[in-house]
Design a protein around this ligand. Structure first.
Ligand code: AHR
Length: 324
């Protein structure tokens, strides 16, 4: 064999050997496929935190559904820190879980750990907020259309301030898919005669929302006609600040997001004029997709939740049946 022929032969053997062992490609089907059941599943959910009532409901949805279906759930709380979520994911990869559900605290910075999961053959479903990582690094995204929520919020603000006005924005966690999407959608639909005079983060919490509104009131006083608040928990904090400043319901119109019981109560009390729904009850839907992945079935790349807008007129009637 000439030297060139033997090199070509060696290259062919190496290629065949790589193909036989998968060549490093992700192997997403489980050993029990195609007959896996929920009781076969070990599911990892590195929850991003416990910052809001929405989040509490989301956690309950995953825990309760896992209990009902017989899924072994590995749950952790990252306390709104991306590094904690990444560590929790790495621990799950080590434990060779079947599927990971990732609700990412921020959009950027997931490439490395998603690649590690893929190399280990563990599919990842992005839950709730989005990531900027390449789509090839995860199986699917199940959650809300945050841009649409922002657009709906702007439509409500346009109706509340038909003659225009000045508004402030209490934004969610900086760099999170929820805050980025809502801010973008809001600006897409907001009428030209409405000016956003300030925008600050309240990190999706009541405790941080209150001082942000206090600072807005100190700085702008009577100038503020409206507030776009990225979640109900920050709205609760903002209303506390408004009450302390002697304001009455309606002095500043508020459009909030989530549709939690707390948001409904603010509508009943007259402080919030529209609450744009963001549904946290994703557990059963995500588990159904995880089972499909274990069985090697084809899944949708993106599943967006169907949502609506709630108003004060219906709040009293709907509040008793709200699940979160
Ligand atoms: O990502 C969903 C958002 O996160 C909810 O609007 C908010 O309440 C939560 O903290």
């Amino acid at each position: 064999m000439s030297r060139i022929k033997s090199i070509a032969f060696l290259l062919l053997v190496a290629t065949l050997a790589l193909a036989a062992c998968g060549g490093g490609a992700a192997e997403e089907e489980a050993d029990c496929a195609p007959n896996c059941e929920y009781t076969d599943m070990v599911f990892c959910y590195p929850q991003l935190g416990a910052e809001s009532d929405w989040r509490t409901a989301n956690t309950a949805s995953f825990k309760e559904n896992a209990g009902d279906l017989g899924i072994r759930l590995i749950f952790s709380d990252a306390q709104q820190k991306q590094e904690n979520q990444i560590s929790a994911m790495r621990a799950c990869i080590q434990q060779e879980v079947d599927v990971i559900g990732l609700p990412p605290v921020v959009e950027d910075g997931w490439e490395a750990v998603l690649t590690e999961a893929q190399d280990a053959g563990i599919p990842v479903i992005i839950v709730d907020r989005s990531v900027t990582a390449d789509e090839s690094l995860y199986a699917s995204h199940i959650g809300s259309n945050m841009v649409l929520e922002g657009q709906r919020s702007a439509d409500e603000m346009n109706s509340l301030l038909p003659d225009g006005g000045k508004i402030v924005e209490l934004s969610g966690t900086t760099g999170s898919g929820a805050a980025v999407g809502r801010a973008e959608g809001f600006r897409m639909n907001l009428n030209d005669n409405i000016e956003i005079i300030d925008s600050q983060t309240g990190n999706f919490t009541t405790a941080e929302g209150k001082p942000v509104m206090e600072a807005f009131l100190t700085k702008y006083g009577d100038e503020i006609d409206g507030a776009f608040i990225h979640n109900d928990n920050m709205a609760i904090g903002a209303v506390e600040a408004m009450k302390a400043a002697g304001l009455q319901p309606g002095d500043i119109v508020i459009v909030s997001v989530d549709g939690t019981r707390g948001g409904f109560q603010l509508m009943i009390d007259g402080w919030v004029q529209a609450d744009v729904e963001c549904n946290p009850l994703l557990g059963s839907q995500v588990y159904a997709m995880a089972l499909q992945l274990m069985n090697g079935e084809t899944i949708d790349r993106e599943v967006l939740t169907d949502e609506t807008v709630y108003y004060p007129g219906e709040a009293e009637e709907l509040l008793p049946s709200r699940q979160y």
